[in-house]
Each structure stands twice: as structure tokens, then as C-alpha cells.
Design a protein around this ligand. Structure first.
Ligand SMILES: Cc1cc2nc3c(=O)[nH]c(=O)nc-3n(C[C@H](O)[C@H](O)[C@H](O)COP(=O)(O)O)c2cc1C
Length: 379
């Protein structure tokens, strides 16, 4: 049976992914923080958004293109940064960057990815973004920015919703440490997932490649539960955003915004776009659903808004766009696709999202993304 028939929804990909990766990897990818209320709130709030169907519009193929940060993009969705992607599926960052280049959509490389910017420079397209967890050492920061720029990343994303490490209880229960250490317990989980294990064995245990350059005598003998990524980074403040604005010549996006007041203040710092996100419910279990706060953030700011958290299909993308977003990102879904289908996964997911956008825009009689109706709350 073809992939289109076997895996018509993101949930089908997630189900297969879970069967193909070790338990600790699945828990890393899939879990939220606390009781996962924020994670499920994202789904519940998206489900409440109604869009009125509109009839008798004749034949048309909807135009899915949009403009963002000076570029015309053929699709309204892209790839959010995911740390340690290559632990989730071997060579994940290469597959995702190549798929994004082919599709002409943004791919965001995380500071804590398993490849460094220069490893991937021949795989990225013109819409490659670099996501920064801000180092407190000024020299390291300058060096990171220079490396990202020299490798062809033109947009910088500063993530601000990880001021401290969050606790993910499912992840802790699975035995995963930071950095990942293959204990007998984890090895037993690995032994049950041969395709993942063979792929990883060929490449060696993934680690945060970009940070290799900054491991000094003081950090190299860390206890096993200390994570080099956390030691290097700081909790940024408003001054940090301003200094980053001065230091980075390309587009600057701030990710992890849930409050309209913050959106207003950010606009004054000269950044180019706001990324509304609750990090898929991975950081704070009392946070609102990203989609709940999107309309008031739209009201408060004229900046382009990128949106993520909980998107599970084309209809969710339309819900976010009609609620004020200019562009939508997905994180976990790309990794479910990779773990389910390997290198074919990202293209399969993109085709699924395109088909879903077409089908739902047909119901709305919308020929382009700027003609979507206003959303309303379903009872
Ligand atoms: C396993 C995992 C790792 C992540 N790592 C990062 C990261 O390194 N930097 C970052 O800004 N966001 C990170 N995120 C958050 C994503 O960029 C994005 O905000 C979120 O996954 C979107 O929600 P979705 O997964 O429901 O699409 C991570 C998310 C996941 C699931």
C-alpha cells in the first residue's frame, strides 16, 4: 500500500514513529511538561475555532503562497527548531534541510541540533533560519552569529521561553539524561528498535555539534546530568534583545511570545517578527494555548506573526492564519514523519498538509490565504 493511503494523517505518522524509536526518544519528542495540560489545551483551543463554509464559488485551485520577511513562499508552513533532531532519527537535520530547500520553505536549525551550521551549509536553501539559545559569553555569542551567517543562515530566531530548563516528567521516567547516556536501561529500549539503532550506530551517538567548539577545560568534566547547552546559555533580558538587534544584520525573530504587552514592547526593539508559541506545552503547564492569545497579540502588534504549538493538519494552519498569524510552523510533526518514513517523511507530510489546505480552502470558497473568513468560537 502506498504511504498516502497508509498514513493520511499526522496521527498515523506519530503512531508508526512510536513503534520505530526507543521509548526514551519517543518521550523526548512527544512529551509536555507537568501534567501536559498546556499541551492538550493547544488541541482543545484549536478544535474550538470555527470557520464558516461558503458555497457556490465555482472551480479554482487555491493559491497557497504567502509573503514573509521579504520572501515569497509557496506554502504557509515551515519547520520549527527542534534540538537533538538527529537523536530522534538519524540524519534528521540533513533530511529536513534538504526537504525545506526542495519545497522552498523555511527550515530552522536549533543551537542544540546534532549538526553545526557549517555541517549543513550545502543542504540549506535560501530560507534557512538559525535559532539561538543565547550564550552569556559575549565572544561565544559573536562566534555563533558569525558561524551561522557564514553558513548561509539569514534569519536569526531568539528563543525566549526557556529562561530555565523545564521538567518533563515522562522524559525523566523513561531514563533519559542530559546529555543522553546509554545506560543498560536505555540499551534495552534501543535493542527493541533495530532500524533506529542501526542508523545511529553508523553515525555515532548524536550530540550538540555546534557547542563542541566551546567546550573548555572548565566544562569538559561535567557531571552526567549537566547539559553543556544549559551551561553556555543565559536567560536573556530586554537589553539582550536590543544588543542582538545591533549585532545581527539579517532578520531577527523572537520566539516564545504569549503576551500582547510583550509583543508591543518587542515591536519597539526593532525586531522583524514575533513567534507566538508555548513550545508545544513543553515549558510551562499553566500557560495559555498559543491559539487563544493569538488574536490579542495580532491586535497589539503590526509585526508579522509566526505561529506554532499543536498544529495537526491543514485545517489547523487555516485556523491560525485566520486568527492573525502570517505563517505557521510545525515541530513534532516533521519528526513523526521522519521516524515513520525516514527520508521520505518530510515530503510526505508536506504533501499531506497541501492536500488538506486545498480541501479545506475549497469548503471556505477561499482562493488565496488573504481571503480566509474571520474565525468564530464553536459551541
Ligand atoms: C523535541 C523538541 C525539541 C525542541 N527543541 C527546540 C529548540 O531547540 N529550540 C526552540 O526554540 N524550540 C524547540 N522546540 C519547540 C519547537 O520549536 C516548536 O515551538 C514546537 O515544537 C511547536 O509545536 P508542535 O510540535 O506542536 O508543532 C522543540 C520541540 C520539540 C518537540
Amino acid at each position: 500500500m502506498k504511504n498516502e493511503t497508509r498514513f493520511p494523517a499526522i496521527s498515523d505518522l506519530a503512531e508508526r514513529a512510536q513503534r520505530r524509536v526507543p521509548k526514551f526518544v519517543w518521550e523526548y519528542l512527544d512529551s509536555g511538561t507537568g501534567n501536559e495540560k498546556t499541551r492538550f489545551r493547544n488541541r482543545a483551543a484549536l478544535d474550538k475555532i470555527g470557520l464558516m463554509p461558503s458555497i457556490l464559488h465555482g472551480e479554482s485551485t487555491p493559491d497557497l503562497s504567502t509573503f514573509l520577511l521579504g520572501a515569497k513562499l509557496p506554502l504557509p508552513f515551515g519547520i520549527a527548531p527542534v534540538g537533538m533532531s538527529g537523536l530522534i532519527w538519524p540524519d534528521a537535520e540533513y533530511h529536513l534541510a534538504s526537504a525545506a530547500r526542495h519545497l522552498c520553505i523555511p527550515y530552522t536549525l536549533s543551537t542544540v541540533a546534532t549538526v553545526a551550521p557549517e555541517d549543513i551549509e550545502n543542504f540549506i536553501g535560501p530560507n534557512a533560519w538559525f535559532q539561538m539559545y543565547p550564550p552569556h559569553d559575549e565572544k561565544i555569542r559573536q562566534d555563533m552569529l558569525a558561524r551561522a551567517q557564514a553558513s548561509g543562515f539569514k534569519t536569526l530566531v531568539l528563543t525566549v521561553d526557556v529562561p530555565v530548563a523545564s521538567r518533563r516528567e515522562r522524559q525523566i521516567r523513561s531514563g533519559l539524561t542530559n546529555p543522553p547516556k546509554l545506560t543498560p536501561r536505555l540499551l534495552a529500549q534501543v535493542a527493541m528498535r533495530p532500524s533506529w539503532a542501526i542508523g545511529i550506530a553508523r553515525r555515532g551517538m548524536p550530540h550538540m555539534r555546534m557547542l563542541d567548539a566551546y567546550i573548555s577545560k572548565s566544562t569538559e568534566n561535567l557531571p552526567v546530568n549537566a547539559h553543556i547547552g544549559y551551561l553556555l546559555r543565559t536567560s536573556p533580558d530586554w537589553e539582550y534583545v536590543k544588543s542582538l538587534r545591533d549585532a545581527w544584520p539579517g532578520h531577527l525573530v523572537v520566539k516564545g511570545i504569549l503576551c500582547s504587552k510583550d509583543a508591543q514592547l518587542l515591536q519597539e526593539t526593532g525586531i522583524d517578527a514575533i513567534w507566538v508559541s508555548n513550545h508545544a506545552g513543553r515549558q510551562f503547564d499553566a500557560a495559555p494555548a498559543s491559539i487563544e492569545v493569538l488574536p490579542e497579540i495580532r491586535q497589539a502588534s503590526n509585526l508579522p506573526i509566526i505561529f506554532d504549538s499543536g498544529i495537526e493538519g491543514g485545517l489547523d494552519i487555516l485556523r491560525a492564519l485566520s486568527s492573525g498569524a502570517n505563517f505557521v510552523m510545525l515541530g513534532r510533526a516533521w519528526h513523526y514523519a521522519l521516524a515513520a518514513l525516514g527520508a521520505d517523511g518530510p515530503e510526505h507530510l508536506a504533501n499531506m498538509l497541501k492536500a488538506d489546505l486545498h480541501a479545506n480552502m475549497g469548503q471556505l470558497g477561499a482562493r488565496s490565504l488573504d481571503t480566509l473568513p474571520k474565525p468564530f468560537q464553536l459551541k
